[in-house]
Design a protein around this ligand. Structure first.
Ligand code: NAI
Ligand code: MG
Length: 349
């Protein structure tokens, strides 16, 4: 058995955490009797500087023949972030209908959290990933005049809201049954009441699931003040983006937060990546925490139908963290290589 994975390490610490994660993934795969066939894609900012594109003209076509995409991060100090994002990540998400962005965040033994006392957080943020506030509709008008303005439309479709809600409700049904929907229908009076209505109607098909709609501002506060009251959260593209970074920070560090961009129907490859970016401030120093990338790899194994291998990998990095081996972002002194080596040792167990 083997799976073909397109791997895009990308920029900055992407070049450090991705090799760390693929080493762990290869070992866990071997131990479970399957193989990962990596297709290396050197796409990203250097590729952009030499070609004017973030990925080749037929890049999406190349990716379409693989089983999954594994990405580090893209972003460089001298290229605008909208170029790197809209030139690579957003086209992949949209072309492959990866309409779910799944971000698990939980406090882990060995990872210091800013939460007071011994409060715990275990939250799954289900972010709508292809529509909503991130739209191309709009523009800049009356440029340079005193009455200049910019306009950007948010696009919410019944189908888009219903499918992200179904995905979240299914997850909630397998956990505590509590689904929270992030909204702002008091201030945003067209799209958000529609969001509320479709979420309520869709979730009604899941008898074991209760939906609680919470205003995004209050919900942000609750992530910090009452995290144990939260389990699965369904949110629009923008709200989900912000909430999941907040939840990641509350869990301890961006360095441990993974994410999956999923096409649940499996008609197209899904993409797995750490939540963090290219971290130019620490790139090249060997300080990057590889946990987010390794955990994203575990999510990939789960999606590929290898839950036992995914569990083993999660247990391995969990045990290493709990044992006190930590990178600098978590207050330790282990290098990326030290941490990775410890995970490999734990996997050989
Ligand atoms: P960032 O996530 O790269 O870094 C934020 C802070 O967290 C930095 O201080 C960094 O050192 C630290 N950090 C992040 N990941 C870490 C890890 N694994 N281990 C230890 N420390 C870690 O976010 P920032 O600085 O806002 O963005 C840098 C570049 O990355 C920008 O060009 C941005 O557009 C891009 N970016 C790309 C993403 C992607 O490819 N999906 C996601 C987020 C940002
Ligand atoms: Mg973000």
């Amino acid at each position: 058995d083997s799976y073909t994975i397109d791997v895009i390490p990308g920029d900055g610490i992407g070049q450090e955490v991705i090799p760390a994660a693929t080493a762990c993934l290869d070992l866990v795969a071997e131990r479970h009797g399957f193989a990962l066939h990596w297709r290396d894609r050197e796409w990203g900012s250097d590729y952009y500087r030499s070609t004017g594109r973030m990925l080749p003209v037929d890049g999406l076509e190349q990716l379409s023949t693989g089983d999954a995409v594994f990405l580090g991060a893209v972003g460089d100090v001298d290229i605008p972030d909208d170029v790197t994002l809209w030139g690579l990540l957003i086209p992949i998400r949209r072309e492959f209908e990866q309409y779910i962005n799944l971000r698990p965040n939980r406090t882990l033994p060995g990872v210091p959290s800013p939460l007071a006392g011994d409060r715990q957080l275990d939250v799954l943020v289900v972010r709508e990933n292809v529509e909503g506030e991130y739209s191309e509709i709009g523009g800049r008008f009356r440029r340079g005049r005193p009455d200049e303005f910019a306009l950007q439309e948010a696009v919410f479709t019944r189908q888009g809201i219903a499918r992200v809600t179904r995905f979240a409700a299914e997850l909630a049904a397998g956990r505590t049954g509590r689904l929270v929907s992030a909204t702002k229908s008091n201030g945003i009076i067209h799209t958000m009441p529609f969001w509320d209505e479709v979420v309520r109607e869709t979730a009604a098909d899941f008898p074991g699931v209760t939906v609680d709609k919470v205003l995004i501002d209050a919900l942000a506060a609750r992530v910090v003040s009452a995290p144990e009251s939260l389990d699965v959260i369904v949110a629009s593209n923008l709200f989900g983006d912000i909430l999941s970074d907040l939840a990641a920070a509350v869990a301890g560090s961006l360095g441990v937060a993974p994410s999956a961009n999923l096409n649940p129907e499996r008609e197209h490859p899904s993409l797995f990546e750490p939540v963090h970016g290219s971290a130019p401030d620490i790139a090249g120093k060997g300080w990057a925490n590889p946990v987010a990338a390794i955990w994203a790899g575990a999510m990939m194994l789960r999606h590929l139908g290898r839950p036992e291998a995914a569990d083993d990998l999660e247990s391995a990095f969990g045990a290493v963290l709990a044992g006190g081996t930590r990178t600098r972002d978590l207050g330790g002194s282990a290098s990326t290589g030290d941490f990775t080596e410890a995970v490999l040792v734990a996997l050989r167990g």
